[in-house]
Design a protein around this ligand. Structure first.
Ligand code: F3S
Ligand code: F3S
Length: 114
């Protein structure tokens, strides 16, 4: 179980969530942020901070296909090489040291602008 950031974050990236995460596991792509599912301790602190209600528990995807897409896409963000990179990001152990990735999954990159 983990918390997941959904499509409402795309092109908003408010980042209030990043400031409250005790384990620094929210990573900034380019148009969206992604919670590392292996590093999240499910404290839930980020969920009420998001002004656009982008954050949800992964099990919400079981009854909502639009959320399920982001559960799967988030897994790909960490487990598969991002565009232009040779290796997967994996579990870096902290987003601050990594900085902004500046790249998204193909799914988010191709998402139409609002
Ligand atoms: Fe995105 Fe909301 Fe965080 S817009 S960056 S999930 S506070
Ligand atoms: Fe961090 Fe939110 Fe998980 S604050 S530990 S990403 S529930």
């Amino acid at each position: 179980m983990t918390y997941v950031i959904g499509g409402n974050c795309i092109d908003v990236t408010d980042r209030a969530c990043m400031g409250v995460c005790p384990v620094d596991c929210i990573y900034m792509g380019r148009r969206k942020c992604y919670i590392n599912p292996n590093e999240c301790i499910e404290c839930g602190a980020c969920e009420p901070e998001c002004p656009v209600d982008a954050i949800f528990l992964d099990r919400a995807g079981e009854s909502d296909p639009a959320k399920a897409i982001h559960v799967e896409d988030t897994e790909r963000f960490f487990a598969e090489p991002l565009p232009g990179r040779g290796e997967p990001l994996g579990d870096p152990g902290g987003a601050t040291a990594i900085g902004e990735l500046g790249v998204d999954t193909p799914f988010v990159a191709e998402h139409s602008a609002r």
